[in-house]
Design a protein around this ligand. Structure first.
Ligand code: HPA
Length: 273
């Protein structure tokens, strides 16, 4: 079956289940699932019930699509995401974004956890991603040309929506959140990077590093969805004291701690328009 037909089938299934239409969606990353508690009038659908969605394998992610209202605005939350390191294909990892596009989503807010490569960016900070680097993995648009999926060679110059970035910066200022801006570099994982790799990534111009998001962003651009990414810094990769070890438990604990800040930013953004 062609990818396009799978997208149609999944989106038709969801259209029949969801109470109304939304134009904004949010992907919640590791340790950041609690935003779902803020929604009113919510309806949840587990991923395994949605045609062609694959099953989550990471314990820290609950795999659910939740439709609800945030500040009275209808939104779709994807609680839990699929990572390439779990063994899925890029098509599987990014399938939910294509379905969102087919459902009429025009604006996508993506959250994730990342390690800091900038000594000025500390654990607990939220980074507003202004650009990305992804040169070492498989591009999610690789495959046969199908114009129904969108542009074959999407331009990536204005990938991170400047209007949304400005709005988030204003919200950050007015709520006293020290929002940083930075470049996110995508690594495949699941092993973390070596100290030499951290140095290389820093030299290449990256401020934070993580194992998700970029495939979703690329597909969202092909689907002509506006994108913004908020990254929650869970560990410092290049500290003055030399290389430091990190673990999934630490990453989840730090993301849980920073989640209220992220919630405030997202809630402000959804409330603003
Ligand atoms: N490296 C890659 N991915 C991550 C990290 C990291 O240090 N922290 C959270 N996600």
């Amino acid at each position: 079956m062609e990818l396009y037909d799978k997208i149609l089938e999944a989106s038709e299934y969801l259209k029949n289940k969801l109470p109304s239409h939304a134009t904004k969606a949010i992907i919640l990353g590791t340790g950041l699932g609690s935003l779902a508690d803020e929604l009113t009038e919510s309806t949840s659908i587990i991923y395994s019930d949605i045609p062609y969605f694959v099953k989550n394998t990471v314990d820290s992610h609950d795999g659910k699509l939740i439709f609800g209202k945030l500040n009275n605005c209808p939104v779709i939350l994807l609680q839990g995401r699929f990572h390439y390191y779990e063994g899925y294909s890029m098509e599987e990892v990014t399938f939910p974004v294509r379905v969102l596009g087919q459902l009429g989503i025009k604006e996508l807010i993506i959250t994730n956890a990342s390690g800091s490569l900038d000594p000025e960016i500390k654990t607990g900070d939220v980074v507003l991603v202004s650009d990305h680097i992804s040169l070492f993995g498989i591009n999610p648009l690789r495959g046969i040309t199908d114009q129904r999926l969108g542009e074959r060679f999407p331009d990536m110059t204005h990938t991170y929506d400047r209007t949304i970035i400005q709005e988030l910066e204003k919200i950050g200022e007015s709520s006293d959140i020290n929002l940083r801006k930075g470049v996110y570099v995508y690594v495949e994982g699941p092993s973390l990077e070596t100290p030499a790799e951290h140095k290389l990534l820093r030299l290449a111009g990256a401020d934070v590093v993580g194992m998700s998001t970029v495939p979703e962003v690329i597909v969202a651009r092909q689907c002509e969805i506006k994108v913004c990414v908020l990254s929650c810094v869970t560990n410092e990769c290049l500290s003055d004291e030399g290389p430091k070890e990190t673990s999934l438990e630490e990453v989840i604990a730090a993301a849980n701690k920073a989640a209220p800040k992220l919630q405030q930013l997202i809630s402000g953004l959804i409330g603003a328009s």
